[in-house]
Design a protein around this ligand. Structure first.
Ligand code: GTP
Length: 330
């Protein structure tokens, strides 16, 4: 009699633990009808064990991807092994709202789960048990870390003042484009753009006004680009633009349009209106160029000529009187 009492109280304790444990416990039969539903599942779903008993799991929770979960569970029934799901693959099985104060940024509870078979006394698998773990804290910190790393990576490539590529990042894309040209023999063009008499802007209106001019001209550059073009801030008041798959004639058209736009768009800083212009050098890629630096030098020389010839103009490298960098070009 005493033994029976011990057994009964042990079952009572087990039931209490089952009810209060901080993981979800669900048992379904082979037809996916719910048999057991613990306190965790009740408090997160709002459905009592009585409300869910004998209900078809996928009817009650239509958000569960039935094909996917069956693909996980069928081998458990057949082969008596265990299966696992992790939040990185699928954020959750049961779409429960997240109410945790610390990880409140997550709308839903991230879940891992273990699925294992339950056998009868004859060793036949008759039911499946799903254990649902709330891993929202881990998932949210991991996602925040990843997003922070992504942001840092972006920042390391971005010029703070203009949000264009910084010089290092822009040169990397130029190197990639150079390699692509070597491989596929297509034509791209490079523009070097420099704000005219920029020192005067700083001297006359102050450094903050100078910064505003750089920002505004960068915005005009950005607005005029196609998605495949890549613009960077190459130096203080110098920008570089890579026009991918663009021959010189089209690059000239782009450059002239930008030049005219800057010329007719004065920058307003506080109450001061500042008139600006840019000089531009354009160089088309050529098959014999030996590295990306030769290409840069050629665009830079064309820019230098624009400056020397009076500024506020565009010069094509192909029209320079001598071409010292690429002597083989006709
Ligand atoms: N406000 C501001 N000025 C900068 C920045 N970077 C460089 N500068 C200034 O840009 C000026 C560039 O002057 P210069 O290279 O002499 O050329 P310029 O006056 O533009 O004359 P040209 O290029 O010959 O037309 C210098 O006074 C630099 O101090 C920046 O980020 N912000």
């Amino acid at each position: 009699m005493a033994d029976v009492q011990v057994d009964v109280s042990e079952i009572h304790w087990l039931m209490e633990m089952f009810q209060t444990v901080d993981v979800g416990l669900v048992v379904v039969n082979c037809d996916y009808r719910i048999q057991v539903w613990n306190g965790f599942m009740e408090s997160h779903s709002g459905l009592s064990p009585r409300q869910v008993r004998e209900r078809y799991l996928f009817d009650l929770f239509p958000e569960i991807d039935e094909d996917w979960l069956r693909r996980k569970c069928d081998p458990v029934l057949l082969l008596k092994n265990r299966a696992f799901t992790i939040w990185e693959q699928r954020p959750y099985i049961f779409k429960f709202r997240n109410y945790r104060p610390i990880t409140g940024s997550a709308e839903f509870m991230y879940q891992n789960s273990t699925i294992f078979p339950l056998s009868n006394t004859r060793g036949e698998v008759t039911h499946l048990c799903l254990i649902i773990y709330d891993v929202t804290d881990v998932a949210v910190s991991r996602l925040e870390l990843e997003s922070m790393n992504h942001r840092l990576h972006q920042l390391s490539k971005t010029d703070f003042l203009t949000q264009l590529h910084n010089r290092g990042s822009w040169e990397n894309t130029l190197v990639q484009e150079y390699k692509r040209i070597q491989r596929y023999q297509h034509v791209s063009s490079l523009l070097m753009i420099d704000i005219d008499h920029f020192k005067r802007v700083n001297d006359d209106y102050g450094h903050a006004a100078g910064d505003e001019v750089i920002r505004e001209i960068a915005t005009l550059v950005k607005k005029n680009l196609r998605e495949t073009d890549i613009a960077g801030r190459y130096g203080g008041e110098e920008f570089a633009v890579l026009l991918v798959d663009t021959p010189e004639a089209q690059a000239l058209y782009f450059a002239e349009r930008l030049r005219k736009l800057v010329d007719k768009t004065p920058v307003t800083y506080q109450d001061t209106v500042i008139q600006c212009s840019v000089s531009i050098g354009v160089a088309e890629s050529w098959p014999q160029m030996e590295n990306h630096r030769q290409w840069l030098e050629r665009a830079d020389k064309a820019l230098y000529l624009s400056k020397a010839n009076g500024r506020n103009q565009v010069t094509l490298a192909s029209q320079m009187p001598v071409e010292p960098v690429a002597p083989g070009i006709s």
